[in-house]
Ligand binder design. Structure first.
Ligand SMILES: NC(=O)c1ccc[n+]([C@@H]2O[C@H](COP(=O)([O-])OP(=O)(O)OC[C@H]3O[C@@H](n4cnc5c(N)ncnc54)[C@H](O)[C@@H]3O)[C@@H](O)[C@H]2O)c1
Length: 481
């Protein structure tokens, strides 16, 4: 068992040990020499045991908000897209923007010229985002900073009376997961992880198929984020402060258990009928990133800080067994040379689906792979109402209507109508917890570890939340043009 101390600190985020901006440990007093440290799986169980659910946020509907005042933190690559989408939705006022880099915040504000939105700008130091969360006329804080900052920002936003919607992932340590849950339950504020891939047409269709029983009982699912990001991660200016490269250089495990995983959880009714049970993670060595860092550092001092790092292995594969006995593979690979895939594979008693490579394929117990013609008719048959709405919006506005806009529209629509959100705090943290848990498993010889039940037992009776047939709401309008 190596690195126990390190994992203990990361898993618990213990006060006083100092987690730095890059999510790394700055200092760690080793305590009494020779004293045995508690094992991580025990600590995790203790955290779970000490949590009492004050209020079940699953199915929770906050009071209606007629005009949603929005503040956005983080306006790098991803933030401006969310801002533009929000500016297209009726009943939204963008009240504030925050980025530590003044030019990013100003550039974003400029994009809003002529739109009727006139946000206050917060910028220049790393805690300015707190002022945004404190601003009175804001109802919803959209968090688009690097992922290791999301939990603290979401917690602060909720503490100041705001709903929070965070980019992926929602939390980077188990302690953060619990903090987010505890805060949401105490403040009764929504905290949603914006799992945008759940709003793609294919994913919405297969979710509908799963709910209508097309696959029969689902036995196994595979999801992941497999995309070569070497060029981006080593670029000097793609991401703020080289934050992604720092994560790969300093952590282990599945540091992005996102994109392919969310729809699998929805299809398996995780947190509402089933739950993630335990996890085992296996990771390859790093054959690529460390070598590249050394090569770059030889000719450019900028990369020196990365030259001797013990980079995360290239491929992390985490295997989860659910409480109902099903299995899920979640994989992350951002450095080998293979085609982009989120996998999106579901295997059931009656049929299965393989999302990648495109075109996606459906296989039936009777008849094998369906023909392209049958695939098309299944697409029509299992198109949920939210996709019909999306087509309608596309026709009305005559412009591109992507899954990010659909997700944002649905989030605002739920707030306007006082409806439960499509994804709740338990969804966000249970998926995000794969990050610290897989890291621990990798650092401990792939030992299994329990995935906490963040719902405190409510998963057995919680109702489904993604209302893909728009049984309620759906009346929020888009601005045309
Ligand atoms: N869902 C998706 O499809 C998707 C796609 C890309 C990125 N993401 C997520 O979006 C988030 C942002 O990614 P990105 O590619 O835009 O990264 P980025 O580095 O381009 O942007 C992050 C921004 O946060 C700002 N920032 C850093 N510290 C701050 C602070 N203390 N206060 C205010 N602003 C601060 C930076 O200046 C930067 O502009 C990440 O969490 C990432 O995981 C999601």
């Amino acid at each position: 068992m190596k690195n126990n101390r390190r994992d203990f600190i990361k898993l618990t985020g213990m006060a006083g040990l100092g987690i730095s901006g890059a999510g790394m440990i700055e200092s760690c007093s080793s305590g009494t020499e020779g004293k045995k440290e508690p094992s991580l799986d025990q600590l995790s169980k203790e955290m779970e045991k000490s949590h009492v659910q004050r209020f079940n946020m699953s199915g929770y509907a906050a009071p209606k908000i007629e005009t949603v005042g929005v503040g956005i933190i983080g306006l790098g690559n991803r933030g401006p897209g969310h801002m533009k989408n929000l500016s297209r939705i009726e009943g939204v006022e963008i009240k504030a923007l925050c980025d530590i880099q003044p030019e990013k915040a100003e550039r974003a504000k400029k994009m809003l010229e002529g739109s009727g939105h006139n946000p206050i700008i917060y910028t220049g130091n790393e805690d300015e985002w707190k002022k945004l969360c404190e601003q009175e006329d804001i109802d919803l804080v959209i968090i688009v900073s690097p992922w290791y900052m999301h939990a603290k920002m979401a917690v602060y936003a909720m503490e100041h009376g705001k709903h929070a919607a965070s980019e992926v992932a929602l939390a980077a340590s188990l302690e953060e997961c619990w903090q987010v849950v505890e805060t949401a339950e105490r403040t009764r504020k929504h905290c949603m992880m914006m799992a945008n891939y759940c709003y793609n047409s294919f994913e919405l269709m297969i979710l509908n198929m799963a709910r209508q029983g097309f696959f029969g009982d689902i036995v196994h699912g595979e999801g992941g984020y497999i995309a070569n990001k070497i060029r981006n991660n080593f670029s000097k200016d793609k991401y703020w402060d080289m934050w992604w490269l720092k994560q790969y250089a300093n952590r282990k495990g599945n540091i992005y258990p996102i994109h392919g995983f969310e729809i699998i959880c929805q299809m398996m009714d995780i947190n509402r009928g089933d739950k993630l049970g335990h996890l085992v993670a296996v990771e390859s060595e790093d054959f690529i990133m460390g070598k590249k860092a050394k090569e770059l550092a030889a000719g450019d001092d900028f990369y020196k800080e990365f030259a001797d790092k013990d980079f995360r292995g290239n491929i992390n594969t985490s295997l989860i067994k659910t409480s109902k006995g099903r299995t899920i593979v979640v994989q992350h690979d951002a450095s080998t040379y293979r085609p982009y895939t989120l996998k999106h594979e579901i295997y059931g008693m009656e049929a299965s689906v393989q999302g990648y490579p495109r075109p996606s394929r459906i296989y039936k117990r009777e008849g094998g792979y369906v023909s392209p013609e049958e695939y098309k008719s299944l697409e029509e048959k299992y198109k949920p109402n939210i996709l019909k709405k999306k087509s309608l919006f596309g026709q009305e506005s005559g412009s591109e209507f992507g899954s990010d806009l659909l997700m944002m529209w649905r989030l605002i629509d739920c707030l306007h109508n006082g409806l439960p959100l499509d994804m709740d705090v338990y969804d966000g943290v249970s998926m995000s917890s794969v990050l610290p848990l897989s890291e621990w498993s990798v650092n401990n010889g792939s030992h299994p570890i329990e995935i906490p039940d963040f719902t405190a037992g409510a998963w057995e009776t919680n109702k489904r939340n993604m209302d893909i047939n728009l049984e309620k709401g759906g009346n929020t309008r888009l601005k045309l043009g």
